[in-house]
Write a new protein. Structure first.
Length: 429
């Protein structure tokens, strides 16, 4: 039985010849380029939200008069939003087209940003991150699935994830610029986020208007569709590679969000940096990620994804040790920038590998659960850092990061090599 989940994007199956030769992105039509641009902008909006948080956390702590442990609840709300999206995603896909899912995600992000513009009570501020997480989950899952099935997917994946880092780069600059002004308030930054979120909705509705549909169910179809969704979830979670790739993203996203979220507070408290100036350090990290995702995509593809990602991980651990052991703010900024550069390509490379490991009918569902584990790491590690920091100080960030990056390296080595045969289904035993 066909469902709306498989209608928006035609499944693209890799053949041996296509894997061994360079994809041909010039075959895309104008509509495909518009949809890819929209996916890029959607990731850019998500990056603005995520990248700005580290710069704004010190202001939240002081304005709400809360501890690092309490402010860490934000990461928990974000994780719960991703869990909610993963649980509902497969069922919603039975009734909503690709455009509808992306529009739903864009609207959910807008709701979260609107609620933040007036500095709501902190419990409500926490809830707003639940809304934005749901929106990002729907957008990320379906934009990744769409782009991963286009010609030249490894390049386009690098570009859309570079767009995310572009948002992470812009976010701290705008947030710090607004928050550090004596005539302004830190939460005015979210007026900017509201503007770009509104543009995101318009772009999604225009670029994906042909799949902006709702498939109404009849009384007889409802049990069948729910059964299909449950079977798809069961089938997806039965694949070993889903869990292994999820573990990799658990550590990887955990490292990225922990760095972004706590580096400013660390440099202010431990290295005696100026808050107004240290707010730009996350931008250095995100700028490094942006350049890494653009520059390293080609050599990663040419020299082998598994080999190159392992190399990047080893270099990242070395840079983290420099950040930890050299007590100089300039050295810290440089080390953080290059740390972002070498870890930048890891996200898109993991998605590229995942589309070869998972059967095409499982792509959207599998990526949804992979991203949940990613956000679990993105919530768990920052929360633990915040809780421990409230007891022994934010200096605990450094050994935590070394451990997390080591976890990234080990988990990558555990991911199986995909088969190169046309009949490949999941992983090579």
């Amino acid at each position: 039985m066909s469902t709306t989940q498989t209608q928006p994007v035609e499944a693209y199956e890799f053949t041996t010849e296509e894997q061994e030769t360079e994809p041909e992105p010039d075959r895309l039509d104008k509509g495909a380029y518009l949809r890819i641009f929209t996916a890029c902008f959607s990731f850019f909006v998500a990056g603005i939200n995520d990248g700005s948080l580290g710069a704004l956390i010190p202001y939240m702590i002081r304005d709400y008069q809360i501890t690092t442990a309490i402010v860490s609840v934000i990461y928990g709300a974000t994780f719960l939003g991703w869990v909610f999206a993963a649980v509902t995603n497969t069922h919603l896909c039975q009734f909503l087209g690709l455009g509808s899912m992306l529009a739903l995600g864009a609207v959910s992000q807008l709701i979260g940003h609107v609620l933040r513009t007036w500095k709501p009570p902190f419990p409500l501020m926490v809830v707003t991150f639940w809304f934005t997480a749901i929106g990002q989950a729907f957008n990320d899952t379906h934009a990744n699935t769409f782009v991963a099935k286009t010609k030249g997917a490894y390049r386009w994946l690098a570009i859309i994830h570079a767009s995310y880092m572009g948002g992470c780069l812009v976010g701290p600059f705008v947030a710090t610029g607004i928050a550090s002004r004596q005539t302004s308030k830190w939460y005015f930054f979210y007026l900017f986020a509201v503007g770009v979120s509104a543009i995101n909705i318009l772009l999604v509705c225009w670029a994906f208007r042909d799949t902006l549909v709702i498939s109404r169910k009849t009384q007889s179809e409802a049990p069948s569709r729910n059964k299909d969704a449950l079977q798809l979830i069961k089938s997806t979670l039965g694949h070993r590679s889903v869990w292994l790739l999820s573990m990799f993203y658990f550590f990887y996203v955990g490292s990225q969000i922990t760095i972004n979220g706590w580096v400013v507070e660390y440099l202010v408290q431990v290295r005696d940096g100026n808050l107004a100036q240290m707010g730009f350090i996350p931008a250095a990290f995100n700028g490094g990620c942006l350049i890494g995702r653009l520059v390293l995509a080609e050599p990663t593809y040419r020299f082998g994804e598994r080999r190159m990602v392992f190399f990047y991980c080893v270099v990242a651990i070395g840079l983290q040790l420099v950040f930890w052991l050299v007590p100089n703010i300039i050295a810290a900024a440089v080390a953080v920038s290059f740390l972002g550069f070498v870890t930048g390509p890891l996200f898109a490379t993991g998605i590229s590998l995942g589309t070869k490991l998972f059967p095409h009918e499982n792509h959207a569902t599998a990526l949804g659960y992979v991203f949940v584990f990613a956000q679990m790491g993105g919530a768990f590690f920052p929360i633990v850092t915040g809780v421990v920091a409230s007891q022994v100080g934010v200096k605990v960030l450094q050994p935590f990061l070394v451990g997390i990056l080591s976890g990234v390296t080990i988990s990558w080595l555990l991911i199986p090599q995909p088969k190169s045969l046309p009949s490949a289904t999941l992983h090579q035993e």
